[in-house]
Design a protein around this ligand. Structure first.
Ligand SMILES: [Zn+2]
Length: 348
């Protein structure tokens, strides 16, 4: 099937053009008319760098993986979705017979096919075919814009699940970018009594500080360690520290700010290997968890948004028409400090 799409031709070259995309609807699939797609840091990174780690753009690839839309056709085996159902989609399609999937950790299935990760096409195109098992109905109270925010919020959900939080935990999130904010909001929804969010950029902290329960810490003005001591007592620390900046410079702080027998959850992805002090982690018996995408959290994420316990609407900075997709990517690549999430609508 030929369809119009936002295509990354190669590093630094985007076009809005016709491209051949798969069109076969299997018995377990649904066809979805795309409504809204969020622009993710990874989409922008493929545009500006042409690669993320081992994933290299070698052929033209459709971008986008944070999507909501409306079901327009269902396969013969599909029972939980109907034509007209408003939905959002998990962009990763694992092999459900794989060892990882059978263990319940399909996010680390080595054969997972993930939208807009080379060589798999993404969803910035008017229509996609997707497995119904990874397509989720949106309640009426959840807008298409919020539906397209479920994907990044799911990473926050995964981080909180991995943290094994307890009610009343004091948490730290290093990095107030989109993912740091998602982690902080998921931690509050998961029972945190307070989340200290650190960054160097005041505009980002100001957005975080709009939420009750979040305390901004500008580490260009005060040390994170001191802010945590003030909240948790001298030389104790936070119950959970989430690293969401990807900066190689924060690891000393991350280890220093976790309490004895606390947890450290690594969410940010540093570009290069980093060194950190294992003995200082051992001396507190810190539990270190890592996060790669998410598994089995979409339904809970949608539930929290639908209930009003998590409000992602203030994080949508601007919305572009599909025809302005390239301008939207230029804006995202310019990394304005007051932009959190830019979205594109295809079905206005
Ligand atoms: Zn994303």
């Amino acid at each position: 099937m030929k369809a119009r799409a936002l295509v990354l031709e190669k590093q630094r070259e985007l076009s809005l053009r016709e491209i051949d995309l798969p069109d076969r609807l299997g018995p377990d699939d649904v066809r979805v008319r795309i409504h809204t797609v969020g622009i993710c840091g990874s989409d922008v990174h493929y545009y500006t760098h042409g690669r993320i780690g081992p994933f290299v753009v070698r052929e033209p690839m459709v971008l986008g993986h944070e999507a909501s839309g409306v079901v327009t056709e269902v396969g013969g085996n599909v029972n939980h979705l109907r034509v007209g159902t408003r939905v959002c989609m998990e962009p990763g399609i694992p092999d459900l017979t794989s060892r990882a999937a059978r263990l319940g950790v399909y996010n680390v299935d080595p054969s997972v096919r993930f939208w807009a990760t080379p060589p798999v096409h993404g969803c910035l195109t008017p229509e996609v075919i997707h497995p119904a098992a990874f397509t989720f109905a949106l309640p009426d109270s959840v807008s298409f814009a919020e539906g397209a925010m479920v994907e990044p919020f799911a990473i926050g959900m995964q981080a909180v699940v991995k943290a094994r939080m307890q009610p009343g935990d004091v948490c730290v999130v290093t990095g107030a970018g989109p993912i740091g904010l998602m982690v902080a909001l998921a931690a509050l929804a998961g029972g945190a009594s307070e989340v200290l969010v650190s960054d160097l950029v005041e505009e980002k902290l100001a957005i975080a500080a709009r939420y009750a329960g979040i305390t901004p810490v500008n580490v260009s003005q005060e040390s994170l360690h001191e802010a945590v001591d003030r909240r948790c007592g001298e030389e104790w620390g936070a119950d959970v520290v989430f690293e969401a900046s990807g900066s190689p410079r924060v690891y000393d702080d991350v280890l220093a700010c976790a309490r004895p027998a606390g947890a450290v959850v690594l969410v940010g992805m540093p570009v290069e290997p980093v060194t950190f002090d294992i003995v200082s982690a051992q001396a507190k018996e810190l539990r270190i968890e890592t996060v790669f995408r998410y598994a089995n959290v979409y339904d809970r994420a949608i539930g929290l948004i639908a209930s009003g316990k998590v409000d992602l609407k203030p994080l949508i900075s601007e919305t572009f028409d599909f025809e302005q997709s390239i301008a939207a990517f230029e804006r995202a690549a310019s990394a304005r400090t007051d932009d959190v999430k830019l979205q594109i609508t295809l079905d206005a």
